[in-house]
Ligand binder design. Structure first.
Ligand code: ZN
Length: 456
């Protein structure tokens, strides 16, 4: 009896044991599947600690390099701990591995931040990113997201954005340093992610700014990425809501075909009284002109800009502050141009396509930065010097020729009167057109790498 009881007892225990194992295994399997998505390793001793987190994708091509990286970094840390312990009785080092994971189209991006404190003035930080193509089932380079020329253009945009953040936050970064550290080199563009906002580039601490500034992230919206990102990675571009929906009155150009054409251009405005007076005079004469406006004045007189545009004139840019662009850094040139384009676009709904650099001072680099058409002039009326309407009018009449581009300034009364007077004398022979109308009538297209003085 005793034996039987013991046997039963034994069988009972065995059953319970088996049940526990099965139960445990189910629990273990469930737990294992769950926990394998992310792995955490924690250790704390009296001299050091580490905390490591990393994802597991169940894909050898990405899991293996991540595992190798983690092992290597941890090993390096432990070696530093060991050598420090040989010299010192007490240390308190720590090691931390964190990560962010995101998906975009068929790319899975894992970004690690590996931090170690081993007795210096601050911890060290290393950023490591992995780009996994879930379709091709392999790791790719961030360069694979970009078009052939993409990195060059991206580098330019990143430089502007870092400089912009620097001036906004008073970091006082050196222009030359930022330029060098945002240069189109693959090693400087290792940490990029994508979202509905566009492309985010992370520059870890020390790459472009001192440690105290921390990491810098710049975001480039998709509308600026069309020639930079491969089209399959582009997201939706957001339509600007603030742009007013106004449309310019386009005129029928057939009456001017075969006529000699002159493009009157007016710089440095808009003025208030003077430009208003000019607009009225042009309306009476069925004349259209091109304004090269200063962003600072556009902001001051938005109604004049709007009126000029609605009455069919062309609005070009003369930069924001009328500085000599030859004396500015690339970023400052970009700002002079971009702020003016934005000021104009806010008012008329479209950004200008024509740029006249102050003093006509332009070069290949300025043309590249602006990405606009460079329009100079071939007839300088010297209106700013004479401020005499008859002298201005006479100069125009005596220099008039087909395809001429005349330089005037709509901030002087004499310029307005002289220009209108000249039009009255020339009107039988000539039509007065905007630059765009001139191009249409002459069947010309422009090249952004060139500058144009006239359209003979
Ligand atoms: Zn000017």
């Amino acid at each position: 009896m005793f034996d039987v009881k013991r046997k039963l007892n034994f069988v009972g225990k065995l059953v319970i044991f088996i049940l526990v194992i099965i139960g445990g295994s189910i629990g273990f399997i469930l737990h294992k599947n769950h926990s394998l998505q992310e792995k955490h390793i924690l250790k704390e001793t009296k001299n050091y600690s580490y905390k490591i987190s990393y994802p597991i994708y169940h894909k050898k091509k990405i899991d293996k390099p991540i595992q190798t990286m983690i092992d290597t970094k941890k090993q390096e840390f432990l070696e530093q701990v060991n050598s420090a312990l040989k010299d010192n009785a007490t240390i308190s080092y720590d090691f931390l591995v964190e990560y962010n994971k995101m998906e975009w189209k068929n790319i899975s991006i894992t970004h690690f931040i590996v931090q170690a404190y081993t007795g210096g003035s601050h911890y060290t930080r290393e950023d490591i990113s992995y780009y996994y193509d879930t379709k091709a089932k392999k790791l790719i380079s961030p360069l694979d997201l970009l078009t052939q020329e993409g990195l060059n253009s991206l580098s330019q945009l990143a430089y502007y954005q870092v400089m912009e953040q620097s001036s906004k936050n008073a970091w006082n970064l050196e222009d030359a340093d930022v330029k060098e550290n945002t240069a189109p080199k693959l090693e400087l563009y290792q940490h990029m992610t994508l979202s509905d906002q566009g492309l985010h580039i992370l520059f870890p601490p020390y790459q472009v700014a001192p440690w105290a500034v921390g990491p810098i992230t710049v975001t480039i919206p998709f509308e600026q990425l069309e020639d930079i990102l491969k089209s399959k990675y582009l997201g939706e571009t957001k339509t600007k809501v603030e742009a007013p929906k106004i449309s310019q009155e386009k005129r029928d150009l057939t009456p001017y075909q075969g006529k000699k054409l002159i493009a009157f251009t007016f710089d440095d405005g808009p003025g208030y009284q003077t430009t208003k007076k000019l607009l009225d005079g042009l309306k009476e004469r069925d004349a259209r002109v091109t304004f090269f406006m200063l962003g600072s004045r556009v902001d001051a007189y938005p109604d004049i800009v709007k009126q000029a545009y609605l009455e069919g004139h062309q609005i070009g840019s003369h930069t924001y502050h009328h500085k000599n662009l030859f004396h500015l850094t690339d970023f400052e040139i970009h700002q002079e141009i971009e702020s003016t384009n934005q000021a104009i676009e806010t008012i008329i709904g479209v950004a200008p396509t024509l740029l006249r650099a102050p003093y006509g001072n332009t070069n290949d680099q300025i043309k590249k930065i602006s990405n606009m058409y460079s329009i100079l002039w071939d007839v300088d009326t010297l209106d700013w010097s004479s401020k005499n309407k008859d002298a201005i009018s006479d100069h125009i009449v005596s220099h008039a020729h087909d395809g001429a581009v005349l330089l005037l300034h709509d901030i002087y009364n004499a310029s307005i009167e002289g220009a209108l007077q000249a039009m009255d004398q020339l009107k039988d022979e000539y039509a007065f057109v905007t630059v765009d109308e001139m191009l249409t009538l002459k069947g010309l297209t422009l090249d952004k790498t060139k500058s144009y003085r006239s359209f003979p």
